[in-house]
Design a protein around this ligand. Structure first.
Ligand code: AMP
Ligand code: MG
Length: 410
């Protein structure tokens, strides 16, 4: 598949993303959780407020509550009672009278305004108001924060710490949420060793599953880590079968590029319907996607930058849909580029950039330097992707480019 802007035989990035999204479905199982266990779950219900917040008119100050009309005849009112938070004034009051009131205490029904205690003088039970007052001063009205029936949270919201507080403030003890996704991680490669192990000649440390597990943790899914699987048909097959049984999504890294893909590809051809795509993006051309018996499968390239970028730009978007969360919003800016950038037309490029503000107060982006797909440190230095469209060639310093700010997953 190709279009005007991509190299022949390469699947345009947008099309790959759309194909993938069309093939994944959100989880449907829900559970009811007490709110103190619901942090970072995705809501499966809309939440309308069962009450007004605050539930009654109350005082915003420690002071004296009164009816504004009383002050038309005299600036001195008679103290006849008190209203405390949790112990409201129960009686009646008349013109010319006032009530001692504390912050948060319910307004007596006979009063409409409050004066703070610093602005009155007190002699026995006589309270003299020293300043002009307006109707409703220092009163917090019932429902001024949230009105009864008002929608406060929506299905698809991932509950934040503040949301949990809002639910508590509405008296809601339990919520209906979607169950968490289970995602299996498989790193393939005979050369891979775990951090902490000794390297033999030709070995490297396995890093992809560590980056991906950390990003998946931020996505609030359960990670099932299969560790490193050797390049062996039976071992790979056993791992994929087991992963598929346990997880909603299986993610592997390595072994999807032509030639060395043999085991992964033959195993996956046997186990499911997997498309081995060559996507017109850089880094990350080889990418496999499809369905196993029970789960969806994302086959990421082995090179660390390619694995991370394809996960971030493609798999993460699909997993967000699968967990029923709202689509990710990524922030793009058009800014001046202060470096020359190498690029040949044909693939959508996600170069690593450092966005900063120059001495004139303008946003400028510079390259992190060498952009090889194995150079993980290029991502560690960066705070944005410089997104260069397929048809774009090299960029001269001073040109305007699009950057995508790193989001909370990076
Ligand atoms: P592959 O896609 O298996 O051909 O791997 C491409 C490159 O990425 C090779 O240099 C691998 O050694 C490297 N690589 C593969 N898997 C990992 C991993 N999990 N962590 C770090 N590097 C990897
Ligand atoms: Mg490999």
């Amino acid at each position: 598949m190709s279009d005007c802007c991509s190299a022949p035989g390469l699947l345009p990035f947008e099309q790959a993303l759309a194909n993938m999204l069309a093939q994944v479905s959100p989880v449907t199982e829900t559970l009811t959780l007490p709110i103190n266990q619901a942090l970072h779950y995705v809501l499966a219900q809309d939440i309308a407020s069962p009450l007004n917040v605050p539930p009654h008119d109350n005082s915003a100050m420690d002071g004296y509550a009164f009816a504004i009309e009383s002050l038309l005849t005299s600036k001195t009112l008679t103290l006849v009672g008190r209203s405390m938070a949790g112990a409201p004034f129960q009686g009646e009051c008349q013109a010319g009278e006032c009530i001692r009131i504390m912050t948060g205490a319910k307004m007596p029904s006979c009063c409409d305004s409050v004066e703070m205690q610093e602005n009155v003088s007190i002699e026995n039970e006589k309270i003299t108001f020293l300043q002009e007052k307006r109707f409703g001063s220092h009163v917090r009205n019932a429902g001024e924060d949230i009105k009864i029936g008002q929608q406060v949270l929506h299905s698809g919201d991932k509950l934040t710490a503040v949301d949990i507080g809002v639910l508590a403030s509405l008296g809601i003890a339990e919520v209906n949420v979607y169950r968490k996704l289970k995602v299996a991680l498989i790193a393939t490669g005979d050369e891979l060793k775990l951090p902490g192990q000794a390297l033999r000649v030709g070995d490297i440390y396995e890093s992809n599953s560590f980056v991906l597990a950390a990003m998946l943790q931020k996505l609030d899914v359960e990670v099932i880590d299969f560790g490193i699987i050797e390049d062996d048909f039976q071992a790979i097959k056993a791992a994929f079968i087991s992963a598929d049984k346990q997880a909603d999504a299986v993610i592997s890294t390595g072994g999807v590029s032509v030639g060395d893909a043999d085991y992964t590809k033959t195993v996956l051809d046997e186990l499911g319907e997997i498309g081995f795509w060559k996507i017109a993006m850089k880094p990350g051309k080889p990418f496999a996607f499809g369905k196993l018996a029970n789960s969806v499968f994302f086959g990421l390239p082995g090179n660390p930058v390619s694995a991370l970028v394809t996960f971030h730009q493609l798999a993460l978007v699909a997993l967000t849909k699968m967990q029923n969360a709202k689509p990710l919003k990524r922030t793009h800016l058009r800014v001046k580029c202060s470096s020359d950038l190498r690029k040949s037309p044909g693939r959508l490029d996600f170069q690593r950039g450092i966005l900063s503000v120059n001495s004139q107060g303008e946003n400028v982006v510079s390259s992190t330097g060498a952009q090889g797909s194995g150079i993980l440190s290029s991502l560690a230095k960066a705070n944005c992707f410089i997104v260069l469209p397929s048809e774009q060639g090299r960029v001269e310093a001073g040109e305007i480019v699009t950057v995508q700010l790193f989001d909370q997953y990076l």
